[in-house]
Design a binder for this molecule. Sequence first.
Ligand code: IPM
Ligand code: MN
Length: 349
Amino acid sequence: MYKIAVIAGDGTGPEVMREGLKVLKVVSEKAGFKYETIEYDLGGDRYLKTKELVPDPVLKELSKVDAIYLGAIGHPDVKPGILEQGILLKLRFHFEQYINLRPVKLYPGVWTPIKDKGPEDIDFVVVRENTEGLYKGMGEFQKKGTKDEVALQISHNTRKGVERCVRFAFEYAKKRNKRKKLTLVGKTNVLTYAWDLWQRTFNDVAKEYKDVKTDYAHVDATCMWMVKNPEWFDVIVTDNMFGDIITDLGAIIQGGMGIAAGGNINPKGISMFEPIGGSAPKYTGKNVINPLAAICAGGMMLESLGEDKAAAMIEKSVMKVTGEKIKSLSAGKMGYSTTEVGDLVVESL
Ligand code: IPM
Ligand code: MN
């Protein structure tokens, strides 16, 4: 019996999560596993009412679940940064979800802005470090408010933090068993402290994975290759900031935020799965937003729980829906409502 915490969150979060949970229910019956959900009303509305972000008792309860399934965080009436840092980053850091796993896979029938590339070309995974780097929040102001002001923002990289991430990426490339190629994406030519550590760690760990081919690309060049030759990539490993940036590029080449899902993973702890897109306030309550990213995040969650068969069933059903049913992944242009897209996935299940 899995215990799954559900944080539907803000904006369209609850709408897409409703479909994700609908699919979860049906797939659990088909694949034969049991689960219970516990809902938490974290998000902008709660914050505006009570000033609470993730209260300690909630954090305590969350530490007892098997996984967290998250909709979206972000509210137009809350100053940018408060909810992101106070909820999303807080949970990632608290539960040491040191991997942010973001598959970039073009499903059949999905439009990509990249001309002449299809599903056989766009299929790779980004392993983003998720608890260090610039996200550590280290830095300071000097002489704030004066003409001589200086702002420092420090990228904090530890050998242990880098190594566990790189090791996960090698393992993943091996287990994925596609092209068995791992590309380190960094900036060794300019950021000579951080990327020296990353490169040395990468080279050291590589010795233990002789069957995985290794490669290196600068992050700027990677943005170019992801568009020009996405088929070159199998698994990418990179730091928190670069990973954040290139996975938005990744999301758009796989068809956009309507399909892009990710997992915040602690391989030995509590992981959290989410559609990468935001809370899309302008579509809230209209039943037009695409729930496929949330459904795919649910699939990733099941895979991490060891329910590989159920995860594969979800992916197959989503591929059937993109390939044979919906016209576009964009909100309002799918040819179906949010609820109907959830129903289509259930039907093909
Ligand atoms: C993401 C988001 C977050 C990040 C924000 C909302 C803090 O952009 O999940 O990629 O920067 O990690
Ligand atoms: Mn991002």
